[in-house]
Design a protein. Structure first.
Length: 705
């Protein structure tokens, strides 16, 4: 009988059962009972056993392999974990055995191997060829673990490349796709003789939730993951040099380090809440280390969500944290944020608020007199901040970097003001001279509505009253340097406007008209070209300029529904591109004790030195799944499946307003007193005064708007 050397296959999946089943199917005994084995790689990317077989056996075996590949495939598993196909390899003769991959050197001492990788040896003592046990991997999925015969420190692939433990490498991907990127954690021979390596995977930006917005991230930048799995040794393609850089490294240092490597990484990507978190400093970094940014101390742990530990908010050492509220409206998103923070012992103060609606600004100022409320567009506010920085630099209030151009001539600031005034008087030919008494305010825009946007100062003229105040272009006030200096110096002292590095928190919800489902004219092809979506980019531009310690952005769920979630990916990509830690979560107001559902997206950002905040877990029994796209369902804030938690009953409309007095159609009163006591705990809470005391039924009025 003619014998031919063929390639029989076992699965490259991390499932030990599949691997064992395919290995057993591939071992065909000859008539003499002998078996010849030589590890190899098939065209379908599966680990192989080389055997001697008849032509009939060959045909039968090839059919089995084809059926298995069609049934199982390769690529991305349902759990979001990579299953790596092996490199394409043609059949070869016995003489090609020298070209096979192999381990180098003696196996690691058995006791040492058991100490370092105990999960690989749990069933070996029972004498089974391939014993499986259960463990929790980086993606929090229970996986069967392939049992090992022995471990090695080195391996050689294709007789040309030697790999060591902790080396970084390219791993062969499907045809037409870029090779995967991994770190080698183990070399081991399974109990059935199959050679494996364990990979810890790196993600490119396009492999993360950022996807279509990966252009916001440097092509050489990758993200370490917690996902680890086992793969046939022949899947390795080439060694790589991947540099671990500190997340807050300056751009000059990055440019120096990047040319000497294939890739660099400074963050870890975690699947729960699509989180990008900072890593420990490179010198203290170990393979698979978790981020210090999400871990404080054991006493701080409050629970787990999606495999990520939840921690209590760390009380800040500063006396107060200054907050900027963008698109604030009349209530300000920061109102609830500050209340929640203050109840946890963190003193957050809304120092600045910006909104385009004048009535909203008046209402906000009435309720928050301590806040600097600005009635202007966010883009004009950003332009103003840039001009304000130049003014502060020109008066030596802050350092003046190369990128800061002085708005006023610094050489003339400290000059003799009296002489300048005399010269100005001589040049004036008009009968009346207007003298600046005081600079009252500053803005960027077109306050005089003359279609000449720019930097303007509001001037009080000497000898004239408030009704004669005017907005004047800053460029026309060169003779009033002392008055301008007084205004800028006083504003700098009082922090009238924020400067880069002086803001602790920026929060806001960019307008959603461009993505809301009620908008029938949404731009699906190019969402960012829609003027209605411009504010999302402006929000991130303000973050880029001010560089706050923390960022919180809120928006409707359509931000991850519309146009394949492009704008949600864009926002997350902008934060990561600005070297912010970031995570994205979906929360329903009803799950936290409000009598309405109101599902919203909340995105956190944190500087590298900060702890990236987690989301509070639900307190009320509201079903929140099924509302958002399947791809983002894992971003829904909730408890782990199977976790039993006694939650409070959900609140309905009656729980909120059943105590309100009836209002007739011809009601003439602007204020109506309560007619009875509160009926629910929510109604008790809503009647509390600002000082926390209960409101008497006779001194509380319902304001009809």
């Amino acid at each position: 009988m003619t014998r031919k050397r063929i390639a029989a296959s076992t699965s490259a999946s991390t499932s030990a059962k599949k691997s064992k089943r395919q290995a057993e199917a591939s071992i065909l005994k000859s008539e003499k009972g002998s078996i010849t084995r030589s590890p190899s790689v098939s065209e379908n990317g599966l680990a192989q056993e080389a055997v001697l077989a008849s032509e009939e056996e060959i045909a039968s075996l090839e059919n089995e392999v084809e059926e298995y590949v069609l049934a199982n495939g390769a690529g991305i598993s349902e759990a979001g974990q990579r299953t790596i196909p092996a490199r394409k390899c043609t059949k070869h003769n016995v003489e090609d055995d020298a070209a096979e991959s192999r381990y180098i050197g003696q196996p690691i001492d058995n006791d040492e191997a058991r100490r370092r990788w105990p999960h690989r040896y749990q069933g070996k003592s029972k004498g089974k060829k391939n014993v499986s046990c259960t463990a929790t991997k980086g993606n929090d999925e229970s996986e069967e673990i392939i049992q090992a015969k022995c471990h090695y420190l080195q391996a050689e692939v294709d007789c040309r490349v030697v790999y060591n433990l902790q080396d970084d490498a390219h791993v062969n991907a499907e045809e037409g796709k870029d090779n995967y990127i991994c770190r080698i954690l183990e070399f081991f021979e399974a109990v059935d003789g199959t050679p494996y390596f364990t990979a810890q995977w790196f993600y490119r930006a396009r492999d993360t939730v950022i996807q279509s917005c990966c252009n916001l991230i440097d092509d050489k930048r990758v993200f370490l993951s917690e996902v680890k799995d086992d793969n046939p040794l022949d899947c390795l393609v080439e060694k790589l040099k991947i540099v671990h850089l500190p997340l807050n490294v300056d751009m000059y240092s990055k440019k120096v380090a990047i040319p000497d490597c294939h890739y660099y990484y400074d963050m870890m990507y975690l699947l729960p809440y699509s989180s990008f978190v900072s890593l420990p400093p490179p010198d203290n970094m170990g393979a698979g280390s978790e981020s210090d940014s999400t871990i404080s101390s054991e006493a701080d742990v409050a629970g787990t969500v999606g495999g990520v530990e939840i921690f209590q908010v760390e009380k800040h050492k500063k006396s107060e944290m200054l907050l900027l509220d963008l698109y604030s409206g009349c209530g300000a998103m920061s109102t609830g944020l500050c209340l929640g923070a203050n109840s946890s012992g963190v003193n957050v103060v809304t120092k600045w608020a910006v909104d385009l609606n004048p009535y909203a600004c008046k209402s906000l100022k009435l309720n928050h007199p301590e806040t600097e409320v600005r009635n202007e567009s966010a883009e004009d506010f950003l332009s103003l901040l840039k001009e304000w920085e130049k003014l502060c630099a020109s008066f030596s209030l802050i350092g003046c970097g190369d990128s800061q151009q002085q708005h006023l001539d610094p050489t003339s600031i400290e000059g003799d003001q009296g002489d300048d005034d005399d010269e100005a008087s001589d040049d004036v030919e008009d009968d009346e001279v207007f003298e600046v008494e005081e600079v009252l305010a500053i803005c960027y825009g077109d306050p005089n509505e003359i279609k000449k946007p720019g930097l303007y100062l509001k001037i009080r003229w000497k000898g004239y009253g408030p009704e004669e105040d005017t907005w004047e272009p800053a460029d026309d006030l060169g003779d009033c340097r002392e008055r301008i200096k007084e205004f800028v110096t006083n504003g700098f002292r009082l922090k009238t406007l924020p400067l880069p590095g002086t803001v602790d928190v920026v929060c806001g919800g960019p307008p959603c008209q461009g993505i809301s489902g009620f908008n029938r004219f949404r731009n699906k092809e190019n969402p960012l070209e829609d003027p209605k979506n411009k504010q999302l980019a402006v929000f991130m531009d303000i973050v880029d300029f001010l560089k706050p310690r923390l960022v919180l952005m809120e928006n409707v769920v359509d931000i991850v529904k519309f146009a394949g979630g492009f704008l949600g990916r864009y926002a997350l990509g902008r934060l990561v591109g600005l070297n912010y830690q970031a995570r994205l979560g979906m929360m329903a107001a009803g799950a936290y004790g409000l009598p309405q559902f109101r599902m919203r997206m909340f995105m956190w950002g944190a500087r590298p030195s900060e702890k990236l905040p987690q989301y509070p877990l639900p307190t009320h029994n509201v079903v929140v799944r099924g509302v958002i796209p399947t791809e983002f369902e894992s971003n829904t804030v909730g408890y782990e499946e199977g976790h039993k938690m006694e939650l409070e009953k959900e609140l309905l409309l009656g729980d909120a307003i059943s105590d309100l007095p009836p209002v007739d159609n011809d009601e003439a009163r602007d204020e109506i007193p309560y007619e009875g006591e509160p009926k629910t705990e929510f109604q008790h809470f809503i009647r509390l005064r600002k000082d926390g005391k209960s409101v008497n039924e006779f001194d509380f009025a319902l304001y009809l708007v």
